[in-house]
Design a binder for this molecule. Structure first.
Ligand SMILES: Cc1cc2nc3c(=O)[nH]c(=O)nc-3n(C[C@H](O)[C@H](O)[C@H](O)COP(=O)(O)OP(=O)(O)OC[C@H]3O[C@@H](n4cnc5c(N)ncnc54)[C@H](O)[C@@H]3O)c2cc1C
Length: 399
């Protein structure tokens, strides 16, 4: 490279920061423009399967994150009313043995903060706060992000990592048409210290039932428990991390569910609610010198716990593609999109399809539920559902 390529990124979320770090490590000059006034993440958890921790290790964050994470020894399924339990899959040593890397859970602020610190160690001024992107532009030689305050951030390449409501995506492809699923996600964090001992087993739990499901796992070495509860409801339409509901409303949504679940919900100080919307998989992510990554181009229902992991994989593959063809940025972006689009779109469609598996009406009745579980959650079906996700290696995948 005769001079460093300059890359401007909109959005310093998990995907934007992973891309920034991967690109800085490969010698690119990167500036990332974040609309928030302070760099922070919401108080919620995120599960990162082996395909994601593999990338975090490759970024040099394995040790730092290991100390902040929690490692479930396995996932179990529980039936909504009786609490009956089935193994889903083993994790812990099994994940490392099978996929080479652990399955870890994080408080988002810890994962986000570790990525941001690593970025700032390489380029202290890389992240620009209070910088809202309102669109992008390009000519044959340069690409630019237009910011709300009138500033134009110019580079050789521009990337939209600005999440589900991406301004860069809208600038490239026009407004999107999200479709409300009729589902809302409740989420909240509970202090582990107050929980009964039998709820402290080192397992991640998926409750399944008719018209809803719930997931919980620990965070931060086990100090906190993260709760996500999904219910079919059509009266809440806001897609937001910060829209608060009440504990009473969340309890009402899970009325009739097992006492263990009610105990967890009662422990949440402020439950938040998010209307789950679907976007059709996109047939293109890039135009010339501008591309997208993460939720900006493949927002997904959270039911496979892969949205953030996909954003992190995207960032790493994008950095590899640009390092492989620095003299032809538009070509590098096409290669990135070719390498990533099919996989990310498969996550979007698989996550939508799995709704019926989690929420099936057969789960209403104990005997039918047992037959249903044996059919849909036997080890072969589980492997079919998850192996293709966890075995992927963003550090060596063909580009
Ligand atoms: C309830 C729930 C549970 C989930 N659980 C998991 C899980 O366990 N595992 C998993 O992998 N995924 C999970 N996900 C999905 C995951 O949260 C997202 O896929 C992930 O956050 C996407 O990362 P991103 O960087 O693409 O976007 P975001 O995290 O949305 O980050 C976008 C960033 O861009 C900024 N921004 C937005 N607009 C602009 C603008 N115009 N200008 C400048 N900056 C802007 C935002 O402030 C933000 O910092 C879950 C999602 C939900 C809703």
């Amino acid at each position: 490279m005769s001079r460093k390529l300059k890359i401007v990124i909109a959005g310093a979320g998990l995907g934007g920061l992973a891309a920034t770090l991967g690109l800085l490590q490969r010698g690119f000059d990167v500036d990332v423009y974040e609309q928030a006034l302070a760099l922070r993440e919401v108080g919620a958890g995120v599960q990162v399967s082996a395909n994601g921790t593999r990338v975090l290790h490759a970024l040099g964050l394995g040790e730092a994150l290991g100390a902040l994470s929690w490692e479930p020894q396995g996932k179990v399924l529980r039936l909504w009313q009786s609490g009956e339990t089935w193994p889903m899959f083993d994790l812990g040593a099994e994940s490392v043995g099978r996929y080479g890397f652990p399955y870890l859970t994080f408080h988002r602020a810890d994962l986000h903060g570790t990525l941001a610190d690593a970025v700032r160690r390489i380029k202290p001024g890389a992240v620009h706060l209070g910088a809202k992107c309102i669109g992008c532009a390009q000519n044959g030689e340069t690409a630019a992000l237009h910011l709300e305050d009138g500033t134009v951030a110019e580079g050789d390449i521009a990337i939209g990592a600005d999440g589900v409501h991406s301004a860069v995506r809208q600038s490239l492809f026009g407004p999107d048409r999200p479709h409300f699923t009729g589902l809302i996600a409740w989420r909240g964090v509970v202090a582990s210290a107050g929980l009964p001992v039998h709820l402290l087993r080192p397992l991640s739990t998926n409750w399944v039932g008719p018209r809803g499901h719930a997931v919980h796992y620990f965070l931060r070495r086990g100090e906190l428990l993260n709760f996500v509860g999904i219910r079919e409801r059509s009266d809440w339409l806001e897609e937001s991390w910060i829209a608060a509901g009440t504990t009473a409303e969340c309890l009402a949504d899970f009325a009739g569910w097992h006492e263990d679940l009610q105990t967890l919900i009662r422990g949440i100080a402020t439950p938040y609610k998010w209307a789950l919307k679907i976007r059709q998989p996109m047939s293109a992510w890039s135009v010339g010198r501008v591309t997208l990554l993460g939720d900006a181009c493949h927002a997904t229902l959270p039911f496979m716990a892969q949205g953030a992991v996909m954003a992190i994989e995207d960032g790493y593959v994008l950095a590899r593609c640009l390092a492989g063809a620095p003299g032809d940025p538009a070509h590098a972006l096409r290669r990135y999109e070719q390498a990533r689009r099919e996989r990310a779109n498969r996550v979007v469609t698989s996550s939508s399809r799995i709704t019926d598996v989690f929420h099936n009406e057969d789960l209403a009745d104990g005997a039918r539920a047992r037959t249903y579980m044996a059919e849909h959650w036997n080890p072969d079906r589980v492997r079919e559902r998850y192996d293709w996700l966890f075995t992927y290696d963003a550090t060596t995948a063909a580009i």
